[in-house]
Design a protein around this ligand. Sequence first.
Ligand code: FAD
Length: 392
Amino acid sequence: MNDRMVHIIGAGPAGLVAAINLARSGYKVVIHEQKKEVGWRFNADFQGIENWTTREDALDVFKTMGVFVNFNCDPYHCTDFYGPNLRPKTVETDRPLFYLIERGGNEWSLDQGLKRQALAEGVEIHWGEKVDTLPSGWVIVGAGPKAADAIAKGMVFQTSHPNYSACFLDNRIAPGGYAYLLVNNHRATFATCLFRNFRDERAYFQRALESLQKVLDIDINEPREFGGFVNFFVKPTAVKQGRALYVGENAGFQDALWGFGLRYAMLSGYLAAVSIRTGLFYDELCEQQLKPAMEASMANRWLFDMMGNWGYRLMLRKMIGEDDIIETLRRHCRLTPIKRALSFIAKKQYRSRLIDKQCMHQDCGCVWCRHCAETLSSQKPNIIQRSPENVG
Ligand SMILES: Cc1cc2nc3c(=O)[nH]c(=O)nc-3n(C[C@H](O)[C@H](O)[C@H](O)COP(=O)(O)OP(=O)(O)OC[C@H]3O[C@@H](n4cnc5c(N)ncnc54)[C@H](O)[C@@H]3O)c2cc1C
């Protein structure tokens, strides 16, 4: 095997961060991307790089991972939270609560920024190459989600509203999840994230929109609908045959509580590169740097699911009273012995939730089915069969 050559499957954030770091260390890196461009599964929608899980600022962590900011990246210090009663609770923070970034094929999206950095390091990208079996030698598999544990249904639109962010917690509009509004430079993203009842996504989205319009006077121009899904799971290993390292959502690395998977994806890509470069075991690196947060997020998801609307009200009331909300959020993301025990229960509960049994997927246009039609070759998207040699 050529030890200085690495094949990467998927030009998502996980694959691109791995590529940037390996190419910089002198490896020949080839990315195989099934689409003709990066960011195909996104729609110029805004997302947030959360800034509460680490003591270091997220952008400093990016620097450690060998990534610099050459994409739109706006700090947000203030967010309005709405509970089921739609009374706003404003959270203000000294350091940014999150950085707003854009996803998709647009010039200043995160995806394009990472692509530019990879190309500048000499990474070769083979566009339109869908890989179904593992190439020989070192392989990093960053092929994105394999199934849906949560879905988002939303729209991007133009608006004259100034920059703003809001989060809605209410099971009547986002069962087990939340709805969010992000406005930046007269463009906006509004979506509802569902952790169950996928089939009724349209009704939930409609109700979420009604809630938004009750609390905010915002003009919505040129709306374009979008949808997407996220996948989280914890497996004992993210390595196959000692040479194929799984990164990002394809390895289940995703925040089970709220779906903030970007930092997981990028960190796992970085760790895969470190592992190949130094000989350190990838599984061990993940065990130290990713798994504790993953398990805590599983436990938090379980708790969040138990809460219901009364719990959201209580949580918001408590949250707003805190002096330092970032510190509070970070505390909740730590894997304490209680959280470890809860994550054990949660993992058992969520193991079979890779499919949404409520949707029969017959002539169905739900977010989950639309995406599966593109990403999974199986005719029946709720039956995921892959041989051990296969990529996913
Ligand atoms: C609507 C929505 C909103 C989100 N909001 C946030 C947010 O605010 N903050 C946050 O942190 N996270 C958010 N996430 C999650 C975040 O987008 C993902 O966790 C992240 O994109 C995962 O990166 P990845 O590299 O693992 O996979 P992806 O970004 O999915 O990239 C995988 C790549 O692999 C390619 N590929 C797949 N199969 C093959 C194959 N067989 N051969 C070749 N190429 C292949 C795909 O075309 C794709 O380019 C959101 C997700 C969604 C859907």
